[in-house]
Design a protein around this ligand. Structure first.
Ligand code: AMP
Length: 195
């Protein structure tokens, strides 16, 4: 099962991708996690993208495409994967299609979490607040300034990706404002109908 999970920042992609991955026994490939790991380990790539990420801007396409292409070749992804946070631009979507086609595989479905922007602003504030309360590190991009930049990047660059997959007949949209378990249930129903 090869899946993409789309949705604006704070829509709950990470939570739902984790659940889908567990249910189908496939890895969750989160580009945000991979890039944050590179930043935390201060690799040459991490040092290059640290400030871009902290501002909430998108990392250059070629960088992310190379990271994902490497990751899908690892053995744990041979039976499938759920991509979380990628593709985020049309260039990335087309590159993903090309990379998968070169391996003789393709996507089974693209799931989108539809969420109102006002609600996202409240969610992101509460995510940062909860992390701080629990003594956990707060993401450097979980602040109103960077979040607005992330939302703008989503509107301008990622929203067209939905249309790209819609035109391929792969897009399935679920209302992401429902309680987390209801969203999961609906995603599972959509996936059951796809396979
Ligand atoms: P996320 O955890 O998915 O919200 O991603 C956090 C940050 O990582 C984003 O704001 C970007 O700076 C960077 N990032 C993650 N995925 C991508 C991607 N597909 N393209 C460009 N930048 C990305």
């Amino acid at each position: 099962m090869r899946l993409v999970l789309l949705g604006p920042p704070g829509a709950g992609k990470g939570t739902q991708a984790t659940r889908i991955a567990a249910r189908f026994g496939i890895p969750q490939l989160s580009t945000g996690d991979m890039l944050r790991e590179a930043v935390a380990s201060e690799t040459p790539l991490g040092l290059r993208i640290k400030h871009v990420m902290a501002r909430g801007e998108l990392v250059p396409d070629d960088v992310v495409i190379a990271v994902v292409a490497d990751r899908v070749d690892r053995s744990d992804a041979s039976r499938g994967f759920v991509l979380d946070g990628f593709p985020r631009t049309l260039v990335q979507a087309e590159a993903l299609d090309r990379e998968l086609a070169a391996r003789g595989i393709g996507l089974d479905a693209v799931l989108e979490l539809d969420v109102d922007e006002e609600v996202l602003l409240v969610r992101i504030a509460s995510r940062a607040g909860q992390a701080a309360d629990q003594g956990q590190p707060v993401r450097s991009d979980d602040n109103p300034g960077a979040f607005n930049t992330r939302l703008k990047a989503y509107r301008a660059q990622t929203a067209p990706v939905s249309e790209y997959f819609r035109s391929q007949g792969l897009l399935r949209v679920v209302d992401g404002l429902q309680p987390i378990d209801v969203v999961t249930k609906q995603l599972m129903e959509v996936l059951a109908a796809c396979v």
